[in-house]
Design a protein around this ligand. Structure first.
Ligand code: FE2
Ligand code: FE2
Length: 225
């Protein structure tokens, strides 16, 4: 019988480096700031900082799932297609909600309602992954492979985009191709003061493509010389 990864020991999950243990740790890491934000006990500046942290954690985590984990699950599990389609839909909805929030100020009417809906979906996504999708990976892979997949997921997560991009495909190769320039732009934006408004997402994608194109031209020219 399938057991949720929420109920298992680290040993059962394949050790600290296993993708299952890494996912569970990250989910707990995300739950803390969401609870703090919802408690409303912090100053407005602190609330902005907490929200920024939630957004960065959520989107880098989800991007690496879409690029590394869900394609693996589709190859390994007979119901992988159906299960991953469900979480990708959740990810898309979270992208839409947070992109809408990023065009607002925290004090705007409807901002906290959007945050509440996004947090509820993030929690639903975590439950689906810990109870359904990740146990399927556990059934299909031995401990060594769970650790390998964990380190692949972690590598992508560390360099992934950190903001929502609803216009980008939730599946490879589209997301993997757009991920490089978008990540560079997101991480540059993260250096700006908390509360800086989000640029238009279509413009961001175009700017990302321009960065990538420039890089490709420069690389090609350098190779010739
Ligand atoms: Fe996850
Ligand atoms: Fe997810």
């Amino acid at each position: 019988m399938t057991r949720s990864i929420a109920e298992q020991s680290i040993q059962e999950l394949g050790g600290e480096a296993s993708v299952l243990a890494r996912q569970r740790r990250d989910h707990a890491e995300l739950d803390r700031p969401m609870n703090l934000y919802e408690s409303g006990s912090e100053t407005q500046d602190e609330q902005r900082r907490i929200l920024k942290q939630i957004v960065q954690l959520t989107f880098s985590h989800a991007f690496a799932e879409e690029v590394v984990l869900w394609p693996a699950l589709r190859r390994l599990a007979p119901d992988g297609q159906e299960l991953t389609a469900q979480v990708e839909e959740e990810h898309q909805e979270i992208n839409n909600l947070v992109a809408e929030m990023e065009r607002m100020e925290p004090q705007d009417a409807g901002h906290d309602q959007l945050a509440g809906r996004a947090f509820a979906l993030i929690r639903q996504d975590i439950r689906d992954e810990e109870d359904l999708l990740l146990p399927r990976l556990q059934e299909a892979l031995d401990r060594a492979r769970l650790r390998k997949l964990g380190s692949a997921w972690e590598t992508v997560r560390r360099t992934a985009p950190t903001h929502p991009h609803p216009a980008v495909s939730r599946r490879p190769p589209g997301n993997a191709v757009a991920g490089v320039p978008l990540s560079a732009l997101d991480r540059a934006r993260d250096l700006l003061p908390v509360g800086t408004r989000a640029p238009n997402s279509r413009r961001l994608v175009l700017a990302g493509c321009a960065v990538l194109a420039t890089w490709l031209v420069v690389t090609a020219v350098r190779r010739r010389h």
